[in-house]
Design a binder for this molecule. Sequence first.
Ligand SMILES: *[C@@H]1O[C@H](CO)[C@@H](O)[C@H](O)[C@H]1NC(C)=O
Length: 312
Amino acid sequence: MDPANSSVVTEFVLLGLAQSLGMQFFFFIFFSLFYMGIILGNLFIVFTVVLDSHLHSPMYILLANLSLIDLGLSSTTVPRTILDLFSNIRIIPFHSCMTQMFFIHVMGGVEMVLLIAMAYDRYIAICKPLHYLTIMSPRVCVLLVVAAWIIGMMHAVFQFVFVINLPFCGPNNVGSFYCDFPRLIKLACKDTYGLEFVVTANSGFISMGTFFFLIVSYIFILATVRQHSSKDLSKAFFTLSAHITVVVLFFAPCMFLYVWPFPTMSLDKFFAIVDFVVTPVLNPAIYTLRNREMKMAMRKLCRQVVNAREMT
Ligand SMILES: *[C@@H]1O[C@H](CO)[C@@H](O)[C@H](O)[C@H]1NC(C)=O
């Protein structure tokens, strides 16, 4: 291909989520409320875990990390989508589009590994309780978080290097409200059949594999819990069902977005909204409202804040 002609696309056009003014207002209220909930809920979890020394166990430290990632994941798309709602032409510069795509996959990759780490933590706590403190030491916890970041980065870079070098010369309508690999590679003026396979393999099969691995692990843990009927039985069931809910909510959209070969249906926008807006706000709710220690710590934190205010 002629190099002068190969990179004429300097900006992409995003699709508006809503056509009518009424729908624009609806989405504006919906996204704004949820995004506020995502920021407040997740920061609240992070502060509660960091400030309360009772919660400095791997389970809560991983949860606080997950909260930060949730916040990051929705921040890659939601603020821009809110700003774009009322504009008629939604232009996104080439480099912003690439950056958005890159960070979506860094955050998504880290979240995936963190969910595995949280399942592993519960597996050790429930199936090998006597060795919990030696296996899940603070050092191992740090290693798991570092591994999550390295794998997330590798996952994103691996797809990014293919797409950044593609020639974009013609159509520049992304056809969705954010930039992502499956949509973008369809815009390249080059046969991308092999690349589509790379994306499906890297994002789709990984999320599918991780999903089934996690579900099987949780079924295994639940079966173990059932055998040892202890007084912590119902507590373990509560914790595990919270984890399973989050896993299903996070992975179902991922699998649809990357494995389903026909992304042109409007259903993919609905699934993307679930992953960027609904899951990140549900995580804090699911993990905290069902967890007594977390609720106690939050109440304590609130009391301290109120007392501090009264003193000043
Ligand atoms: C995330 O995990 C690391 C490593 O275990 C920990 O040091 C850090 O405090 C965690 N982050 C939060 C916000 O809890």
